[in-house]
Design a protein around this ligand. Structure first.
Ligand code: AMP
Length: 590
């Protein structure tokens, strides 16, 4: 398929905010896509080269793209950089400069989707001497054959900043429309912005959506779902099963005010568990090997050799997927430590064994999703917990099952909540006792209760070059939360809580220098002392109060925000939302 066909669809979907209209354009493209191009198209539509579960990352910096555009257009790096400063978007820069050049030359050949994909896919494989030049050539090669509008999307894809707004929901529905739309009677009416189904047809439609969603939930890979749907319809989709070795999204929860609201949401009796202050671990056993993933599905097996060992010895079964929270504790006293103290273990590449001794973790298991050939996600929580207890040999401070209270009594639940807080936990999670496991979902029968004034997880979207003794460092971080359409909304500037000197050996905290090193490759534009950075790094911040503010796009400002820690385990999509901020704002007034 020609790349220009995909680009046309990018343009159409970015020019509307209507979800159904986006769905329509995507479904029309999918209908036309031959099966051999399907996985590539599905990935590129999401602005991805690798599926979410794959280990590979592109990691291409804006600096390299400056060189690429210069090479492909003949403009000097200086000029490209100037254009970039004006527009703040390298996609637009590529569009403008290629446009100028193409007035003189005609395009040599038509770009295919496969060619674009293959060239970009090779990028992370290039390492060692000369890698930068080789990477530059591979992308420049695409740019010289690209029309201006194609160049814009190539740049954005390479920078992993597609910005056309294809959500998982739209893609899922587009697959349903493309492959089952005709038989279900789906007809998108642009005027009405509706798919015109009566109640009976809508019921059938929803059933198909559920089947497709489940197939996605257990594979976390729309490409394989699309291929199954195209090749063998509903039957093919139903055959897709959970498999150990492929991480799936973790089940999440919404926040409720108190225990009473909790019971209203999850019913009585409920299973109430401690909400541990650690980080999620999804642990798989496959082919005799233990593999550990974070909630973002990053493989952290190498960083936690002692966990591998403990799971291997104490969980019965040839193959399984279990879910739990790793909590750090102080080796001498056994006292639990807040997340920030152990978080540095997640990205650690060296000195792993010393780290394991210095910051040991206790695994608190709370679920099992697969065991010896059987997917358990559709079983009730009661049943899953029963199996978990049977297969786990608990051992204090290493591997335990999450503390639970099974009750229908508000007073008892409140007592349990207080006890949880007293023991140093974040709060409690109330779970519907007969709920299935809904991967990635926040509406699947789990709710959390935490004390009112809690920290926020914000994304770093900008910074300022420091002066005086802070010169050379990025200081004063601009931080953002997530708006209703997934956009970044600024909410404040954070400068306190970050250290000037080397991190202490006891861990926790971060220096300006290491922050600067993390942020530098993410810079997307610079104006004077201000830089904008690609939204990627999530930090947890405290603050004194949330105020209304006309200055920031979110409409709110954090008063005296203070850096607590890096949330290495979270991606920008896990950051706090505008709704949460509004909720906190209204609560603090009470
Ligand atoms: P939050 O990050 O505030 O949305 O809370 C959800 C997170 O709480 C999960 O991703 C887990 O990492 C963590 N958690 C701690 N204890 C539990 C538990 N007993 N059940 C489920 N999640 C838990």
């Amino acid at each position: 398929m020609e790349y220009s066909k995909l680009v046309e669809v990018y343009e159409r979907i970015s020019s509307t905010t209507k979800r159904l209209e986006k769905t329509f354009h995507i479904s029309e493209l999918l209908k036309k896509t031959p099966v051999e191009d399907l996985d590539v198209i599905v990935l590129l539509l999401q602005g991805k080269i690798f599926p979410a579960w794959a280990e590979k990352k592109l990691g291409i910096s804006a600096k390299l793209i400056l060189k690429v555009i210069s090479k492909a257009t003949g403009a000097s790096v200086f000029d490209v950089e100037n254009e970039w400063k004006k527009t703040g978007d390298l996609g637009i820069v590529a569009f403008n400069l290629i446009g100028k050049k193409s007035q003189q030359t005609l395009f040599s050949s038509k770009l295919s989707v496969k060619k674009v994909f293959e060239n970009i896919k090779k990028l992370p494989e290039l390492t060692g001497t000369g890698a930068v030049d080789k990477k530059t050539s591979l992308v420049a090669q695409l740019m010289t054959s690209a029309k201006p509008i194609e160049a814009k999307y190539i740049v954005r894809t390479v920078l992993e900043e597609l910005r056309v707004g294809v959500g998982e929901g739209s893609l899922r529905d587009a697959l349903v429309w493309a492959y089952f739309g005709e038989s279900l009677g789906v007809r998108y009416d642009r005027e009405a912005n509706d798919i015109m189904l009566d109640a009976e047809k809508r019921r059938k439609y929803n059933e198909v959506v559920d089947v497709l969603q489940h197939a996605f939930d257990v594979t976390n890979d729309f490409s394989s779902v699309a291929k199954a749907a195209k090749k063998s319809g509903l039957k093919g989709l139903k055959e897709i099963k959970l498999a150990p070795g492929k991480p799936i999204k973790v089940m999440l929860c919404q926040k409720v005010e108190d225990v009473e609201e909790g019971f209203e949401r999850v019913g009585k009796p409920a299973r109430i568990e401690y909400k541990y202050d650690g980080f999620r671990m999804q642990i798989h056993k496959v082919n005799g090997k233990i593999v550990i993933y974070t909630r973002r599905l990053e493989n952290i097996t190498n960083q936690f050799p002692e966990v591998v060992d403990v799971i291997d010895k104490n969980i019965r079964g040839k193959e399984f997927i279990i879910d739990g929270e790793a909590v750090g504790y102080e080796p001498k006293s056994g006292r639990y430590l807040p997340f920030q103290n152990v978080s540095q273990r997640i990205k650690r590449k060296y000195g792993i064994d010393e780290m394991a001794k210095q910051f040991p973790v206790e695994i608190n298991l709370f679920d099992v999703l697969y065991h010896d050939g059987k997917s358990l996600v559709k079983e009730s929580l009661d049943k899953r917990r029963e199996i978990l207890e049977k297969i786990t040999k608990q051992s204090s401070k290493k591997l335990v099952i999450a503390k639970v209270d099974y009750t229908d009594d508000v007073k008892e639940a409140e007592k349990f909540y207080k006890e949880a807080l007293k023991a140093g936990n974040e709060g409690i999670i109330m779970k519907r006792h007969d709920s299935v496991y809904r991967p990635g979902s926040r509406v699947g029968g789990w709710v959390k209760i935490k004390p009112v004034m809690e920290s926020l997880d914000v994304v770093i979207t900008g910074a300022e070059w420091g002066h005086g003794k802070r010169s050379g460092w990025l200081t004063s971080l601009t931080v953002s939360i997530i708006g209703d359409n997934g956009e970044m909304l600024e909410i404040g500037k954070v400068g306190t809580g970050i250290k000037e000197l080397e991190e202490s050996a006891t861990g926790g905290g971060i220096t300006f220098e290491s922050l600067t090193n993390m942020l530098k490759p993410l810079i997307i534009s610079e104006k004077g002392k201000e830089v904008a950075v690609k939204p990627e790094i999530v930090i947890e911040v405290n603050y004194e109060e949330i105020q209304k503010s006309p200055t920031y796009a979110s409409g709110f400002a954090l008063r005296f925000p203070r850096f607590i820690c890096l949330r290495d385990d979270k991606g920008k999509e896990d950051a706090s939302t505008l709704n949460i901020v509004k909720e906190f704002f209204s609560k603090q007034r009470k």
